[in-house]
Design a protein around this ligand. Structure first.
Ligand SMILES: *Cc1c(COP(=O)(O)O)cnc(C)c1O
Length: 427
């Protein structure tokens, strides 16, 4: 994926607000209001950088997914792919909305249980699940464990005491148009089983008296911006036979920039279910696993400008960067940004972080209106994978997560302290 340049004409305030959570507004003085909360108040109360989440936007998104799928295919459920935003408050909120939860590995399983998720609603993934993790999932009563390799079958056969429902993850040989790092369904992927091996696993599981094969799973990648690859993935799993469950994974793209026009949730569901009506048994259950597209647009990162360096280009450096947003460095993902108290317009700047790498650029050539030290910068669409990939590079303290709704704000994750940085060190 190439790093897109800023558009020639300055985007309107309206276009810029369109990248923020729905309902984001401006005060009469031109300051951002997220979930009814003034960004200057949020920054004063919680410090910067901070990951602000519009709670209503998140719930609304969850409902669009759940209601949209149920309206199109009655026997269905939505499992949030929790690696996109694994904090207990998000698990709790999405479980409250009736979603199932997809976890990869023991850590996310522990977080989901801590967030009050019903174990029966868990779908447990991982291309290298250890025996300890499988045991943990089984003992927790995980609803579905997804077989990713033949060793998963051997391990589960050894440890399962009562009947355990499983799915087989299939690699359908589909390469969607997305960054190689987040493409997973192509031939040669480390995830899942190619069709011939999947057939072998299916035959073994059908003969098993402890593992109950409920169905098949496919997930072809992330940040996919057209619907066609999803249709082809459904067709590919349909060819494997008749099952009670078809888990069609996640991967719908989120809108990060002015130029992104991902399919809407409804267009995506129309494609999936439209294809399913043609090729899947009508009494089967359909599961989908949206991650990025569920949470990205509900999140906004607030930073403070530390310094502006005038030259060619002009750099605006903020108090965060690749420790709280690795999406740029990992995938070349483009983000937009604005001075949070003077929204829209301005001149091109390189918005950079505080970390010791030149790759620590949050947004190249982004239009900012006269940023000065102390100004707040807002970067929209940071709800997905920024929290999960945050790190302590340069001793950075991982930011708090703040939920906003109806003008009320509450921290659901506190900022790390210097004490946290040494907490695991032994004398
Ligand atoms: C990551 C992942 C998802 C979610 O992908 P998004 O692009 O975030 O929607 C769903 N299913 C599985 C198995 C995954 O690994």
């Amino acid at each position: 994926m190439s790093v897109a340049l800023a558009p020639a004409a300055p985007p309107s305030q309206e276009a810029l607000l369109g990248l923020f959570p729905p309902g984001t507004a401006l005060t009469p003085t031109g300051e951002l209001l997220i979930g009814g909360c003034r960004v200057t108040d949020l920054a004063e109360r919680f410090g910067t950088p901070a990951l602000i989440v519009d709670e209503a936007a998140l719930r609304h998104r969850a409902r669009r997914y759940a209601d949209g799928l149920a309206a199109r295919w009655e026997k269905s459920r939505v499992a949030f792919a929790s690696k996109a935003f694994p904090c207990t408050a998000v698990y709790r909120l999405l479980a409250e909305e009736g979603l199932s939860i997809d976890v990869a590995g023991g850590g996310e399983l522990a977080l989901a249980l801590a967030g009050g998720v019903d174990p029966a609603s868990l779908v447990v993934h991982g291309n290298a699940k250890t025996e300890a993790e499988l045991r943990m999932a089984m003992e927790a009563g995980a609803g579905l464990i997804v077989i990713d390799n033949l060793d998963d079958i051997d391990r589960l056969e050894r440890i399962v005491t009562t009947e355990q429902p499983v799915l087989v993850r299939v690699t359908p040989g589909i390469r969607p148009d997305t960054h190689a790092a987040v493409s997973t369904g192509q031939d040669g992927s480390k995830f899942g089983l190619p069709l011939p091996q999947a057939r072998e696993a299916i035959a073994r599981l059908r003969a098993s008296d402890r593992l109950r094969l409920d169905g098949v799973h496919v997930h072809i990648g992330s940040q996919i911006l057209d619907t066609d690859p999803f249709a082809r993935a459904v067709e590919a799993v349909a060819g494997l036979g008749t099952f009670a469950v078809y888990d069609l994974g996640g991967g719908l793209g989120a809108r990060y920039t002015y130029g992104d026009h991902p399919p809407t949730i409804e267009e995506y569901l129309d494609t999936l279910v439209g294809t399913a009506r043609k090729v899947l048994p009508s009494d089967a259950e359909i599961i989908i696993e949206p991650g990025r597209s569920m949470v990205a647009e509900a999140g906004v990162t607030l930073y403070r400008v530390v310094t502006v360096k005038y030259g060619e280009p002009v750099f605006a450096a903020v108090d965060g960067g690749m420790a709280d947003n690795l999406e740029v460095a990992l995938h070349g993902q483009r983000f937009e940004a604005t001075v949070a108290t003077r929204v829209g317009g301005g001149a091109p700047h390189h918005l950079v972080g505080r970390h010791c790498e030149s790759g620590d650029t949050l947004s190249a050539d982004v239009l900012l209106r006269d940023p000065r030290p102390g100004d707040l910068i807002a970067v929209p669409a940071t709800g997905a994978y920024c929290f999960s990939l945050s790190n302590n590079y340069n001793g950075a303290l991982r930011p708090p997560v703040v939920f906003c709704q109806n003008g009320q704000a509450r921290a659901v994750v506190r900022r790390e302290t210097y004490g946290d940085l040494t907490r695991r060190d032994l004398p």
